[in-house]
Design a protein around this ligand. Structure first.
Ligand SMILES: C[S@@+](CC[C@H](N)C(=O)[O-])C[C@H]1O[C@@H](n2cnc3c(N)ncnc32)[C@H](O)[C@@H]1O
Length: 198
């Protein structure tokens, strides 16, 4: 593991990995071909966010959590902070998986909402994250609706991040800081704040 984390976090991440391995044949939480590189390809990818930000309090909403990437990884890595993690996932079976992990790992700081992001009441979240959910222009309305005025979004984007950014800037005003990914060539984590419609 390239990122330094506590013993308890390591144990919980290992238990989380084992649950993904067990459930994946039934509900396809990650691409089956990437199952063998769960730690390198998925978990370390998500842990990059906890190297960039140490949330102390408030609500962290993770949109389209799927198997819990990055929401559950961040809840595990920040188990001692007062930040509450809300995983929003529309797929019933994936939401059941997320609740199972939370229960089996004894995570006190995470809950799941089985719903579509665009249909829930505004969350006023201090932090928002999303990975592999939608191109940036489609994420912007979610940020406008659910992020607090001084909130930050941490969006994990693939190699097309630059064109997504340019396209989003046509209709939205926002601050963007680009953190190049250390796990995937050409990918980036976009830190977005101050969102308003043009
Ligand atoms: C491609 S998966 C990515 C999952 C995870 N973030 C990851 O990186 O592995 C996208 C997930 O978002 C969920 N999703 C898509 N649109 C959604 C919406 N409007 N509201 C809530 N969940 C949504 C899907 O059910 C799916 O689990």
């Amino acid at each position: 593991m390239n990122v330094s984390v506590s013993r308890e976090t390591m144990d919980r991440l290992a238990a989380y990995e084992a649950l993904i391995q067990r459930w994946n044949p039934r509900i396809n939480l990650v691409a089956p071909a990437s199952l063998l590189q769960l730690r390198d390809r998925h978990i370390e990818d998500c842990l990059q966010i906890s190297q960039l930000v140490a949330p102390e309090a408030g609500l962290w909403a993770d949109f389209g959590s799927g198997g819990g990437l990055p929401g559950l990884v961040l809840a595990i890595a920040n188990a001692d902070s007062r930040t509450r993690f809300l995983l929003v996932e529309s797929d019933q079976r994936k939401a059941t998986f997320l609740r199972t992990v939370i229960r089996e790992l004894g995570l006190q700081n995470a809950t799941v909402k089985t719903a579509r992001i665009e249909e829930i009441d505004p969350l006023n979240a201090a932090y928002i994250s999303a990975r592999a959910l939608a191109p940036l222009p489609r994420l912007m309305p979610y940020l406008e609706r659910h992020m607090s005025a001084d909130g930050q979004a941490w969006l994990m984007k693939g190699q097309r991040w630059q064109s997504e950014l340019t396209e989003a800037q046509e209709n939205w005003r926002f601050n963007a800081k680009v953190h190049p990914s250390s796990t995937q060539d050409g990918a980036a984590i976009l830190e977005i704040s101050g969102v308003s419609h043009v």
